[in-house]
Design a protein around this ligand. Structure first.
Ligand code: FAD
Length: 347
């Protein structure tokens, strides 16, 4: 069954702003003010993947998927936004918000909210970097509705959930197109085409994500630097996932991501390659950090941070996330880095 909400048009636009998350669904706000619903023509809430795919195929480029709406509604309210004919809400699809173990993987529905992910025991155990990232997205109101699928599909290089997932060997279940309602699993990095642009066709959407379960010698972590009154995204975020080989005393495998560090979310491959197979000594940590700094493309953003500030904060965040990931992987002696000037470089 579709839930169909007909738009009402013709009145002047109100200056009303809050609670904006629910605003487009109602014609009157809590105080009885008249609200104009001219954001779209039709709102659908399909109850099966097939119905959702039928709708986005039928409306083509005039359809938009909505989950929590925390990014989409703002996008649609911007001056140059194209008004969609159909908005297709995926939150009633069966299993779209579930978090389960399947064989050696953790599978998370695209409609799982950051609030759910942050406290889920499976994610905390096997995908700690994601659970730590989801726990700091927005405030409680945002986390209660904003989804991991929306975070990925929005394709911003600073998105916290995306940074947390990049280090977990994540795959994305893309529904529609040749994969139909069963979908096709793709590596996460293939989802990103540019800042705010994903590689999905208009007849596709994300159904779920999955990543391998974490062994006892494996750990991950996420951290970020945010303005106290920050505007949605961090000044800089970082995540690391590390396997520790106790027998040889070396790092077995490393995944590192910082964001925003380029037009698309990326891993710090040079740094990962360097650290893998080495002892986690202070010298090796300094070189790992230098490789991340020198191979990232930081830019100055009007609302968040300068390029230089982001560059200088890389050691702060990476020391934290690599140290925590190593501790979770069973290693106990990671060096605390001081600056060379203050001589505070000892363990
Ligand atoms: C006040 C505020 C604070 C915020 N703070 C943070 C923050 O700290 N960190 C952070 O990373 N983000 C933050 N955000 C951004 C936003 O909340 C997240 O990106 C969120 O995860 C988006 O999910 P959503 O379900 O609301 O997406 P929606 O707004 O529903 O959708 C976002 C985009 O993805 C598409 N989409 C949604 N689901 C799918 C799907 N399954 N398949 C394909 N396309 C899909 C939509 O068409 C739309 O283009 C904040 C936003 C607000 C308003």
């Amino acid at each position: 069954m579709y839930l169909y909400v007909k738009a009402r048009r013709g009145s002047p636009a109100p200056t009303y702003r809050s609670p904006w998350l629910l605003y487009p669904l109602f014609e009157d706000d809590l105080f009885g003010h008249d609200i104009v619903m001219d954001t779209w023509d039709s709102y659908f809430r399909p109850s099966s993947r097939e119905e959702a795919l039928f709708l986005i195929d039928r409306y083509g480029t005039r359809a938009r998927i909505i989950a929590g709406g925390t990014d989409l509604i703002l996008d649609l309210r911007s001056a140059d936004a194209e008004r969609p004919q159909a908005v297709v809400d995926i939150t009633a699809l069966p299993g779209v918000d579930r978090i389960v173990e399947e064989g050696d993987k953790i599978v998370i529905g695209a409609g799982a909210t950051h609030g759910t992910i942050a406290v889920d025991p499976l994610v905390r155990r096997h995908g700690t970097s994601l659970s730590e990232a989801s726990s700091v997205v927005g405030g409680p109101q945002v986390r209660n509705v904003a989804t991991i699928g929306g975070n990925l599909a929005h394709a911003l290089p600073a998105a916290d959930g995306t940074t947390g997932l990049l280090v977990l060997e994540t795959e994305v279940l893309v529904l529609g197109g040749d994969g139909g309602a069963n979908g096709t699993w793709r590596p996460l990095h293939t989802l990103f085409a540019g800042a705010g642009t994903n590689t999905l066709d208009h007849n596709q959407f994300i159904g779920a994500i999955r990543f391998p379960k974490s062994g006892d010698n494996h750990g991950s972590a996420f951290d970020r630097i945010m303005r106290p009154q920050g505007v949605a995204l961090p000044m800089l975020a970082a995540a690391a996932a590390i396997s520790w080989d106790k027998a040889s005393g070396t790092v077995d495998a490393t995944a590192i991501a910082v964001g925003p560090a380029g037009p698309v979310p990326v891993r710090a491959v040079e740094a990962e390659t360097f650290l893998s197979g080495k002892e986690p000594s202070e010298t090796n940590l300094r070189e790992t950090i230098r490789l991340v700094q020198d191979n990232s493309t930081f830019r100055t953003s009007a609302f968040r941070a300068t390029r230089e500030y982001r560059y200088e904060m890389v050691p702060v965040l990476l020391t934290r996330v690599i140290g925590r990931a190593l501790a979770r992987a069973g290693y106990g002696g990671f060096p605390r880095l001081g600056t060379e000037e203050d001589g505070d470089a000892e363990d």
